[in-house]
Every structure is written in C-alpha cells, then in structure tokens.
Design a protein around this ligand. Structure first.
Ligand SMILES: [Fe+2]
Length: 283
C-alpha cells in the first residue's frame, strides 16, 4: 500500500506562485493507493478558495482521497457547508451527547440562517480496502471556528472511539491538522487528550501539517507500552514558507518493514519548479 501525503495547500492569498499543473504532473507520477490531505486547503475559507482546492484535488489521479480541514478552513460560518460541497461530501459523526460538548462554536446558533450544517466540527471515518487489506482512516477535527489554535472536544473523542470499536480493519491511521507531539505559536491546547485517544485505540501512525515544517517523530509510552509515529508534512503550495520549502511526502510500502518515506521538495525559481527527492527508511 502506497500513500501520498499533502498538506497546507492554502488556495487564496497564501497560495504559491508555482505552476499547479507541473505540481499535479509530479504528484500523479507516483503509484498511489490513497491520498491523505491534512488541512488548510484555503487561506480564508472563502467559497472560491474551497472551489479551487476541490478542483485541484479532483485532478489527482487516485480513487481514494481523504481530506480534513485546517484552522484556515474554519474562518467562515459556512466552512462546514463549503467543505462538504467542494472537498468531500462526507457523513460527519455527531457527538453522542450534544450537551457534553465544551468546544467553542462547535454548534452555531440554531437561528443562524443560510447554512445547512450547524455542527462546525468535521469528524469522520473512512474504511478503505486496498488489495484485500483494509485501512481505517480516522479524521479528527482539531480546529475551532475563527481560531488558529487547536482544541479537541472530549465528547467527540468518546464518540469517535465508539465508532472505531464498531469497525473491522487491518490498519488504523489518524489524520488531524495540528501536531500532537511538538508545538508552535498556534498549538493544539489539549493535545494530551489526543495522545490518550491514540493509545486507547492502538493507533501507530498519526499524520498532520499546520506548521509548514517537516518533522517525523516516534513517541513511546513506556508505562503503557505503546508507540506511535507522527508524520508532520510541510506545505505543498504555500507562498508563506519561512519554516521549510514546499514539499509532499510519499510512503511506499506503508506500515511494512520495507516502508520508505520519500520527501519530495519543490523549489520555485522565477517561472520554473524543480523537484528534489530524498528517501528515508524507517525500520
Ligand atoms: Fe494550519
């Protein structure tokens, strides 16, 4: 199973000046079973930005594309509607007990007109089978409406754990926009709750973005005897890249002893893009 990981495309004012067609040709040159996209599809969550991001994703040559929102995608009361209209019309998981939710603006006021979806959190599961092997992709919304910092609702984690327990799968991975292992100026405040969720659901692979900085880290809980790896991708196509270059990641033979992580960096100079590729072995 081969996975292509992209993040932080930032359509809108923070989008790069590189040619997207050249980038698409490069992305499509990899034999990919699943594409994962860890958020910040847009800059300001505007409809035209969501539409452009959706058009780009539709041009990637892969049957299974799993996208989540980032903090930039939640700067709009219509964010949940636009995400479903342009990115993925997925069935979101609703909290078991709404009254237990503590996340700010997780529900819009019931009198808010002109929107279809009043639940602003976009949490869902996708169970994808590749060559007789099933992979459960857990998509956790770590973003809050109008905020750059992350926050995860405990009731949503409880709801997701119950939904996971009803699934059967060979591998399980988690996608969330903010890092749960390191921090930055707009961190996920209660990342410890997600680390517990990862351990309780025996998740060994976590994918994120947000900081525009490559980081691949493994964490081991010696007391509970559980390890997981967090793959934090840089930005695919942002013009705001003070932390790192533009890049994407390709995981060949994902989750096996033969796994290779390919770091593909895109260098934009004047009108042209060149790519540099580095291969990391993990085991
Ligand atoms: Fe972000």
């Amino acid at each position: 199973m081969n996975i292509l990981h992209i993040s932080d495309m930032h359509f809108g004012p923070r989008h790069w000046l590189g040619k997207n067609k050249v980038l698409l040709d490069k992305l499509n040159s990899y034999a990919t079973d699943i594409v994962i996209n860890t958020g910040d599809n847009t800059t300001d969550a505007l409809e035209n930005e969501f539409r452009a991001a959706g058009d780009f994703l539709k041009s990637i040559d892969c049957q299974h594309i799993v996208s989540i929102p980032g903090n930039h995608d939640k700067r709009n009361m219509q964010s949940a509607d636009y995400f479903r209209q342009y990115i993925d019309d997925t069935e979101v998981i609703r909290p078991l007990i709404r009254e237990n939710c503590r996340k700010k603006n997780i529900f819009l006021d019931e009198h808010t007109n002109g929107i279809k979806e009043h639940l602003t959190d976009i949490n869902f599961l996708k169970n994808i089978t590749i060559n007789d092997e099933s992979i459960l992709v857990v998509c956790l919304d770590s973003n809050s409406l109008y905020e750059d910092n992350g926050f995860v609702d405990k009731e949503m984690l409880r709801t997701l754990s119950l939904a996971i327990s009803k699934e059967s799968y060979d591998k399980i991975i988690l996608l969330n926009h903010h890092s749960i292992l390191d921090t930055d100026s707009d961190p996920l405040f209660n990342s410890q709750k997600v680390v517990e969720f990862v351990r309780e659901n025996n998740i060994e692979h976590v994918f994120c973005g947000h900081t525009h900085h490559l980081s691949i880290m493994r964490s081991t809980d010696l007391y509970h005897k559980h390890s997981f790896t967090q793959y934090k991708n840089g930005s695919l196509s942002s013009c705001n890249t003070p932390n790192d270059t533009n890049m994407f990641l390709y995981y060949k033979n994902f989750g096996t002893e033969l796994m290779e992580i390919h770091v593909i960096r895109a260098i934009v100079e004047n009108e042209s893009i060149s790519f540099e590729e580095e291969i990391i072995t993990c085991y």
